[in-house]
Write a protein that binds this ligand. Structure first.
Ligand code: PAF
Length: 281
């Protein structure tokens, strides 16, 4: 596996693959790999001929009070895991390579970034779409892989790809969960044992909502109330949002019908965790 720290080096490595008419896959990450990342890499390796994983903790998607400076890092371990899976190139640029002095261009998707995580984390999606657009321009992949845990991120990136006529297929990998149901996330490393245990309430609540729908519940307000009661029954949980929206439009709905997203964001100590289920009603 090639490790490229410069844009020039990764472009050279990919252009060689493109000249050989290989199908190019990109898995954008911020590192600290867990099974969620690894499952995306395996999928990319299965579906593409040349796979690039980017490992870049993107400062522009963190707010001033957020965890950019303490975001977990494990480069050596990450590189070994990616290599084992059969990734061809790891793009690991320093911040100045992606945002050199004088940098001033940003990519912004409008409406659907003003809700859910976009409301709680102003500027977050502007940073995500900017860095992802840059990665897409640098690597020019045929396919790019993202996890469904970040359901809004996937919707925002798909909107950007459509609006900016990017010829890239966005592939979504399912949420990978630990034994107790906790969705895997690099931020789970912030949890102490009590918080980790408490955080399993998220999946139990989402499953409860799914069961209520299966039992005939069609009122999103009642379902939301039920979710809030369940999550708030856990003393260590501090709810940021609980929302039930249409998919992929991310619009509020008066009646549960069609494809829906049930999304939650909840603080447990220093960790703000998100989780969701997408289902057809
Ligand atoms: O999901 C992430 O890890 C990040 O938001 C991404 C897509 C790598 C952009 O920095």
């Amino acid at each position: 596996m090639q490790i490229c720290e410069s844009i020039k080096a990764i472009k050279a490595s990919v252009s060689d693959a493109r000249a050989r008419e290989l199908k190019i896959g990109l898995v954008p990450t911020m590192g600290c790999f867990h099974e969620g990342h690894l499952s995306l890499m395996r999928k990319a390796v299965q579906e593409c001929d040349y796979v690039v994983v980017s490992l870049f903790i993107n400062p522009t998607q963190f707010g001033p009070e957020e965890d950019f400076n303490v975001y977990p890092k494990s480069f050596e371990r990450d590189a070994a895991l990616a290599e084992d899976i059969g990734v061809n190139a790891l793009f690991f640029p320093p911040v100045e390579e992606m945002y050199p002095p004088g940098y001033q261009t940003y990519v912004e998707v409008e409406n659907i970034t003003g809700i859910l995580c976009g409301r709680s984390r102003p500027g977050h999606f502007r940073g995500v779409t900017t860095v992802v657009a840059k990665l897409f321009n640098i690597v020019q992949p045929d396919r790019a892989y993202f996890g469904q845990k970040d359901a809004q991120q996937v919707a925002v990136i798909k909107q950007m790809v459509k609006d900016l006529n990017m010829d890239i297929k966005i592939i979504t990998g399912k949420i990978i969960r630990e034994n107790g149901g906790l969705a895997m996330s690099s931020r789970n490393t912030y949890l102490n044992p009590a918080e980790r245990n408490a955080a399993t309430v998220l999946y139990r609540s989402l499953k409860g909502a799914e069961e209520s729908i299966a039992g005939g519940e069609r009122d999103p307000a009642k379902l939301r109330e039920q979710l809030l009661i369940k999550i708030n029954s856990e003393p260590l949980a501090d709810v940021d949002y609980v929302e039930i929206l249409s998919m992929p439009e991310l619009q509020t709905i008066a009646h549960l019908q069609g494809k829906i997203l049930i999304a939650v964001a909840v603080w447990f100590g220093k960790a703000r965790l998100i989780d969701n289920i997408i289902m057809e009603v």
